[in-house]
Design a protein around this ligand. Structure first.
Ligand SMILES: *Cc1c(COP(=O)(O)O)cnc(C)c1O
Length: 396
């Protein structure tokens, strides 16, 4: 079935089947094409492929059938015209900004973004004369106040990492349009299964495919989704020339990940909500952050733009770093690592790992205190996850 004929299908079906054309071998599972280049029938065909006069594969830095299948499938799932697969989530963000911005441009970003993205903005984009202003994730008036004549883009993740703050995508999209800026949303935490930012007014969606899209913690990759002009031409043009390409093998892993994404997200959300409720009633827990809890400050908003709370739960233990580390170090099953979106439950001390390069003042301003623990809730039995956390909590 071709790319254009999926209008009448549900996302779950698209995730399993879209974007692939069977080879003459009649395989049922998608083939991997680990080839750097492609052969032409004649010198004329080679010339036509290079000039673009004839559509088709040229060189795997920018056209590879396995990567293309992943791109088409994810584009359909997000409801975008085009998708570009990249080597990592960070290179998806870098490619987007390098393609769209020039020296003298201004970007407004939520301050509650992934620590490495913050570094990319403040250390590298700034070197090329792109100025970034950081504002509150949830206070629209700060965005409004930050808009300048040369504001080119708004950037955010929702829910944010690790405090799961929810940004109002409809309101920010309206403000971005009014300001002639593009709204760019990193949809890593929700995936298109729970939230489709383009439908809510965003212009570009970014993914770290490394997380839930793979879903089993195996490979690194990323993606940019949006319209034909901005993503299909500009971001793809950057990719073609500058080369942060997705490998065919990784694209194949992500394809296999997409096939089970709906069922995994449902199970992650069920476990996460159960765990969040349990943590909220635990005497050694000071505060729980999860958009699916009624106590979450943007619970109502979350209900209107995401179909469930997601797989990430953060909480503050009573005490400080010592108590937080005690909980982490007394787990026997949970993985102490900094990835997320894996079937294996992951426990992370954000302040000393993912956000350790963020200056202390900024870290505290964004609520990433020393007693904060982030859990990427996996697909083990939730009762076993609770037991593993209780070991340390009961010692505090
Ligand atoms: C991990 C992550 C990234 C970076 O993705 P990589 O694949 O690790 O490069 C970007 N944004 C968010 C929200 C992430 O969690």
């Amino acid at each position: 079935m071709s790319f254009d004929s999926w209008d009448d299908f549900d996302m779950q079906t698209i995730a399993v089947r879209a974007g692939y054309e069977q080879t003459p071998e009649q395989e049922n599972s998608e083939a991997i094409f680990p080839t750097s280049s492609f052969r032409y029938a004649s010198a004329q065909q080679a010339a036509d492929r290079f000039s673009g006069a004839e559509a088709g594969n040229v060189y795997s830095r920018y056209t590879n059938p396995t990567v293309r299948t992943f791109e088409q499938r994810l584009a359909l799932m997000e409801g975008g015209e085009e998708c570009v697969g990249t080597a990592s989530g960070m290179s998806a963000i870098l490619s987007t900004f390098m393609a769209l911005c020039k020296s003298g441009d201004h970007v407004i970003s939520s301050q509650s973004i992934f620590g490495t993205t913050k570094m990319l903005f403040s250390k590298y984009l700034s070197k090329f004369g792109v100025e970034v202003t950081f504002v509150s994730q949830t206070d629209i008036s700060e965005w409004e106040f930050a808009v300048k004549e040369n504001t080119k883009a708004f950037f955010l993740e929702t829910p944010s990492n690790p405090l799961t703050e929810v940004a109002d995508l409809r309101a920010l999209s309206a403000l971005a349009k009014q300001s002639d800026a593009l709204l760019i949303v990193d949809n890593c935490f929700c995936t298109p299964v729970l939230q489709r930012p383009l439908e809510l007014g965003a212009d570009i969606v970014i993914h770290s495919a490394t997380k839930f899209l793979d879903g089993q913690g195996r490979v690194i990759g990323g993606a940019v989704v949006g319209n034909e002009q901005v993503v299909g031409e500009e971001v793809r043009g950057f990719m073609r020339t500058c080369g942060p390409s997705m490998s065919p093998f990784n694209a194949w892993i992500f394809l296999k990940g997409l096939e089970t994404l709906s069922v995994r997200m449902k199970a992650h959300c069920e476990n996460a909500l159960d765990l969040a409720n349990w943590l909220e009633s635990h005497p050694k827990v000071e505060k729980v952050f999860y958009p699916g809890l009624e106590s979450h400050p943007q619970y109502e908003l979350a209900q209107t733009q995401q179909s469930a709370g997601g797989g990430l739960v953060s909480f503050r233990v009573k005490g400080g770093k010592k108590e937080a580390w005690k909980v982490i170090d007394n787990t026997k099953m949970l993985s102490i690592t900094a990835n997320l979106g894996d079937v294996k439950t992951i426990i992370t001390h954000s302040a000393s790992t993912t956000h350790s390069r963020v200056p202390l003042e900024d870290r505290l301003k964004t609520g990433i205190t020393d007693n904060l623990i982030r859990i990427s809730v996996g697909l083990e039995s939730v009762e076993d996850i609770k037991k593993d956390l209780a070991r340390g909590l009961d010692l505090i």
